[in-house]
Design a protein around this ligand. Structure first.
Ligand code: CP3
Length: 346
């Protein structure tokens, strides 16, 4: 047993209730976040300032009483430190003005990126020293595939046309990039753990862009390699994998196995399906549709369904099926957390 129910739940140990936290729980729906971001000037400066990043990491824990904090940062700081200029454009999202095109672009990437992310490690150390002892701190990274997609497309994409053309015409280029990202990410996660992270989550937000065979070749196998590397060094640290939108690939995911602890279920995967396919092998995290939070009634209905399927026993961490939205009401988020705690009391 640990003193953190989130960590106990990751290892299927009994807990007083089902733990809950929310992806993107720190962010624009919180007025106290907007105040700190205004002080920082912009989003990236906020990520670069350990004092302010620490403050916004802890805000949702204080307001909502979630069972874990997630490091405030962004997956794109990694390519940024590999040498790619990064912009966050209002109402458009992140942008790399000079995306990767040639082999020379790959050769120019800085393989010392993990050493340069000192502001992330400083934020983690600060948060861990100030966070309540019974609340876990989750570190994170983007998956190699999701980061590679941004680095090649230069921005978010609906069609994935540029990156998929690379897969079709120059798979060696893709593997070379994914290999570089894997090495950096392994080091990055270990350094986050050494700085005080109690668990780590890998976000594969663009998993669903790939057909089954390509998903395993270009995404999942690299995530499993990272998990194996981190597990070998830090077996007591839970590893959470979030491949978004892969409900059709669960049989193959099960068959492959892999040394990770928690499988994160997105909202398009029915929780009963995830339970049937993977629930005995991995702890499941998820998966309430975030827009249910627009109404208390829809929230209650969502919680009742998920709790009915997952039961009150160990094996589940409550979360949303993707991130919080900027126009959600913090009061409904608090309602959700209290409801889950109350309904799952053992
Ligand atoms: O609370 C938390 O979950 C921790 C912080 C966190 C952020 N981004 C803060 C953020 C985490 C874990 C992320 C991960 C992230 N970033 C992912 C993977 C998870 C997912 O959502 O699929 C991705 C794909 C990104 C890339 C990214 N960063 C996008 C697409 C955007 C713009 C999206 C939008 O809603 O505008 C960002 C910016 C970003 N990252 C914000 C926050 C709070 C909004 C920035 C702002 O304050 O204006």
């Amino acid at each position: 047993m640990s003193n953190m129910i989130f960590i106990d739940a990751c290892f299927r140990r009994p807990t007083a209730h089902t733990p809950i936290w929310m992806m993107r729980q720190a962010g624009r729906y919180l007025p106290e976040y907007m105040a700190v971001r205004a002080k920082a000037g912009n989003f990236l400066s906020l990520c670069h300032d350990p004092e302010m990043a620490c403050e916004v990491t802890i805000q949702p824990v204080e307001r909502l009483d979630v069972d874990a904090a997630i490091l405030f940062s962004d997956i794109l700081v990694v390519p940024n430190e590999m040498g790619m200029e990064l912009q966050f454009i209002k109402d458009h999202g992140p942008k790399f003005p000079k995306p990767l095109v040639t082999d020379a672009d790959l050769d120019a990437l800085d393989m010392k990126a993990a050493d340069k992310l000192v502001y992330v490690y400083d934020t983690i150390a600060k948060v861990r020293s100030r966070l309540r002892a019974d609340k876990a701190l989750i570190g994170f990274t983007g998956s190699p595939w999701t980061l590679a997609t941004y680095m090649i497309e230069g921005q978010g994409t609906k069609t994935y046309a540029v990156v998929k053309k690379k897969i079709a015409t120059d798979p060696a280029f893709m593997h070379k990039l994914l290999e570089k990202l894997t090495i950096i990410i392994q080091d990055y996660l270990c350094k986050q753990i050494e700085s005080g992270a109690n668990a780590v989550q890998i976000f594969d937000s663009w998993a669903s862009a790939l057909e089954e065979s390509a998903f395993f070749e270009f995404s999942w196998d690299y995530m499993l390699r990272i998990a194996a590397h981190v597990k070998a060094k830090y077996p007591h640290i839970p590893i959470l994998l979030f491949p978004k939108g892969v409900s059709g690939y669960l049989d193959k995911i099960r068959e492959k196995g892999g040394n990770f602890d928690v499988f994160c279920v997105d909202w398009s995967t029915p929780i009963e399906l995830a339970k049937a396919k993977l629930g005995d092998k991995y702890i499941l995290q998820g998966n309430m549709e975030p827009t249910r939070l627009y109404s208390k009634e829809a929230t209650k209905e969502g919680v009742e369904h998920i709790v009915k399927v997952m039961g009150k026993e160990s094996g589940h961490i409550f979360n949303l099926g993707h991130g919080m939205l900027p126009d959600l009401d913090p009061e409904n988020a608090k309602y959700l957390v209290d409801l889950v705690h109350e309904m799952t009391k053992r």
